[in-house]
Design a protein. Sequence first.
Length: 171
Amino acid sequence: MWQLIRQFARTDFPDEPVPAVEDAWHGKERQFRQDILDLLGRALCIRQIDAGSCNGCELEIHALNNPYYNIEGLGIKFVASPRHADMLLVTGPVTLNMRAAVLAAYEATPAPKLVVAAGECACTGGIFVDSYAVCGPVSSILPVDVTIPGCPPPPADLLRGILTACKTRRS
């Protein structure tokens, strides 16, 4: 323990500047909230489905719920049942084991429904596209409204994709 304390005492404080904050989407929260209310008249309910991903995309989706992005404040919430959802947010390539579950969730979602493929694997199959255990990208079994590329896509891109899907539904 004393060795660790001595090391702390010998270490200088960092003197590099604090990185700049990327505030590209802040300030647009009111417009996002209004777009969702104009479209649905209530909160947008999303059912997220992991069809066989590495969980990288899920970590970025969880980041949407932190205080920085605060999607609940924008009128977007995640629900546990596809019966309560307006949108399915699917991550990962569709594996053979998840094919029936993804189709069942799609059938259980009330119309009109949106499907968003999030992440490179959901959009194109990614590195798993030629695997014997994979059916392919989400678009091979479901009609996809919006794709969000990236491995994994950052939370701001996820939010942009979700809002793009909402706008395509309106038109």
